[in-house]
Design a protein around this ligand. Structure first.
Ligand SMILES: Nc1ncnc2c1ncn2[C@@H]1O[C@H](COP(=O)(O)OP(=O)(O)OP(=O)(O)O)[C@@H](O)[C@H]1O
Length: 268
């Protein structure tokens, strides 16, 4: 299924595409043990929107994110970040592109314990030898409510605050696209809600583009569009999601599994 970008519906997106894939296929291994993690996926990620990716375990969510972010090579098909085709780029070009144009947030915050919050936020830019845009950085810090935590080290911050620092770090270079892999996975529900609220604000107030992989229907409900993956394909999309509608859609995957198991000869 080809998914139109979330260019209509709620919010004020520009209608442009931040990332795009055509015929994106990723296989692991060869012969009988080969796994087709992604099977000819066509997808458009709308700029200035919050897109969630859901699906059963093993459906290809992380693989899709890694291929779109240039963290993993593809077996076939093409991927673009903005107007740049990233499939076919050399490793060094890809590293630079990721560094300059993509932000990442992971379940584990990956903050350096010896650095302050402020130092952690600007670390990727410091490594790249880039000067942060000061006005932008101030805005990110205020939007995320980190102003009075800047001199604290990670151990002096709560889990939610640490994830907010990780969020600010992803936003600091004003990337074209932010990929978040289960960003609330290690947080209690209140801190998780807070981080989702900040990602939402990053899209609404700072005009950022976010793609988030999640297992949690109420987390997905903060997005503008949920893409559902099943067996390496995009099998459905839900605009302006609510947790209930996402949950309903996810339940249909559960009912499909016993059916497949009930057909040992592999038909259907
Ligand atoms: N490095 C690898 N080598 C072999 N198979 C892999 C590798 N990475 C992923 N796979 C397989 O590809 C398929 C998709 O994996 P992926 O991690 O993208 O799924 P996912 O939807 O993110 O799963 P989960 O929700 O459990 O994290 C799975 O069948 C997985 O076993």
């Amino acid at each position: 299924m080809s998914t139109p970008a979330a260019t209509d519906g709620a919010g004020g997106g520009t209608g442009q595409v931040a990332a795009r894939a055509r015929g994106l296929t990723k296989a692991y291994g060869t012969g009988e043990t080969a796994v087709r993690a992604l099977d000819a996926v066509d997808v458009d990620i709308a700029r200035g929107r919050f897109t969630a990716v859901m699906g059963p375990s093993g459906s290809g969510k992380s693989t899709l994110m890694h291929c779109l972010a240039g963290l993993d090579s593809v077996s076939a098909g093409q991927v673009w970040l903005g107007d740049t085709e990233i499939t076919g780029l050399k490793d060094r070009e890809l590293t630079r592109l990721r560094r300059d144009r993509v932000g990442f947030m992971f379940q584990s915050f990956n903050l350096l314990p010896t650095l302050t919050a402020a130092e952690n936020i600007t670390l990727p830019m410091d490594i790249a030898g880039r000067r942060p845009d000061k006005a932008w950085l101030e805005r990110v810090i205020d939007t995320l409510g980190l102003r009075d935590r800047l001199t604290h080290r990670p151990a002096q911050l709560s889990g939610g605050q640490q994830q907010r620092v990780a969020c600010a770090r992803a936003l600091a270079s004003r990337p074209e696209l932010i990929f978040a892999d289960e960003p609330t996975g290690n947080l209690d529900s209140r801190a998780g809600l807070e981080v989702l609220g900040f990602l939402r604000e990053a899209v609404d107030r700072l005009d950022q583009t976010v793609v988030m992989v999640t297992h949690d229907p109420s987390a997905a409900a903060h997005s503008d569009l949920v893409l559902f993956l099943g067996d390496g394909r995009i099998v459905d999309a839900l605009r302006e999601p609510t947790a209930d509608r996402v949950l309903e859609r996810m339940k249909r995957f559960d009912t499909l599994v016993p059916e497949a198991v009930a057909k040992p000869d592999g038909e259907g």
